[in-house]
Design a protein around this ligand. Structure first.
Ligand code: SAM
Ligand code: SF4
Length: 323
């Protein structure tokens, strides 16, 4: 069992398979961003598989594919299949912006992805274009329908709520999710990197209170092991999660670390503590050396982020960390 020095069990890896993306969400990537990792720095599938195999022997149970946009990584489905076959890995999931989902939903499901998180910040086509820089709403909705038909165990919609997000937009998304049995998650914007297009922070506490009263929601639990706190309707038909890193700290239950495409293991989303695995994996090292580096790294996992106290501290982008 992997316990850090604060007694937190680390069993969840966010695996960023690319730092590239076809969108430019205002809170995530600067317009015209070109600072991508060189392809020769990307961990190849063999390197990723080996690292995760060692990690799984130590107690890793869940892996979420993310990015950047993970569906842009060529042959991702092959990697999914390889990780699905590793002993100890019980749960594979994927976060996507949905633009390629119609094309890949069926192959992902067959390869072993059980749960999907799809990012969608509004159902208003112009707002989506303004937030993410491309007119992709119809494409994303088509992807979501394809995923629904495939029968994934769970589909969650990640909606980043920012200054300017209207009550009506949230209500429209609530209605959309209830109708399709999607779990909605509202997320507060985190200060990651300098996107030069500050999206403005929206405190979700009043939003949560309004929805709780309107739908008579009560505390609930939804699978996923993440930082979201859920409210559910008494008949169980509607489930909504709130990820509120700014207004409500969630670090004491953090169970995860993040592997970037260049082999850097980030120990905390909001801190710079890291371990470089690329050089190690590219030497002729035994598994014991990887194990030792993992254990030493996890021992250094910070207690908490400081987004509120030091909002300019994290200069890397969410897309290169593996959000
Ligand atoms: N491209 C995929 C997507 O959009 O789902 C996966 C990567 S993206 C970095 C993962 C999640 O991080 C998305 O749900 C996105 O909305 C969220 N995200 C990105 N930047 C954020 C920020 N500054 N604050 C809060 N959430 C953010
Ligand atoms: Fe791309 Fe996802 Fe970041 Fe949007 S949130 S720019 S889709 S990586």
């Amino acid at each position: 069992m992997l316990l850090d020095r604060f007694g937190r069990r680390i069993e969840y890896l966010r695996l960023s398979v690319t730092d590239r993306c076809d969108l430019r969400c205002s809170y995530c990537m600067p317009e015209g961003y070109k600072g991508y990792e060189e392809p020769e720095h990307w961990l190849n599938f063999g390197e990723i598989e080996r690292l995760i195999e060692v990690f799984a022997c130590l107690g890793l149970k869940r892996v979420r594919f993310t990015g950047g946009e993970p569906l842009l990584r060529r042959n991702l489905v092959d990697l999914v299949q390889r990780l699905a076959a590793l002993p100890g890995i019980e749960d594979l999931s994927l976060s996507t912006n949905g633009t390629q989902l119609a094309k890949y939903a069926s192959r992902l499901r067959r390869a072993g992805i059980h749960r999907l998180n799809v990012s969608l910040d509004s159902l208003d086509r112009d707002r989506v274009r303004a937030i993410c820089g491309r007119d992709v709403l119809p494409q994303v909705l088509e992807g979501l329908e394809a995923a629904r038909e495939e029968g994934f165990q769970l589909i969650k919609i990640n909606m980043v709520a920012m200054a300017g997000t209207l009550e009506e937009e949230i209500d429209a998304m609530v209605a959309y999710c209830i109708e399709r049995r999607f779990v909605l998650r509202l997320i507060e914007t985190m200060p990651m990197g300098d996107t030069r297009r500050s999206s403005g922070f929206l405190d979700l506490r009043p939003v949560r209170e309004r929805l709780r009263v309107r739908f008579g929601l009560v505390d609930g639990v939804v699978p996923g092991g993440g930082p979201a706190r859920y409210l559910v309707s008494p008949d169980g038909r509607f489930q909504i999660g709130f990820i509120m890193p700014i207004s409500q700290h969630f670090c004491e239950t953090c169970n995860r670390v993040r592997l970037a495409v260049d082999g850097t293991l980030h120990l905390c989303l909001g801190q710079d503590d890291r371990v470089d695995f690329r050089d190690l994996l590219r030497t002729d090292c035994p598994d014991a050396a990887i194990e030792e580096a993992l254990l030493a790294g996890l021992h250094r996992k910070p207690a908490r982020h400081e987004f509120r106290e030091r909002p300019h501290q994290v200069v890397r982008l969410m897309a290169s960390t593996g959000g």
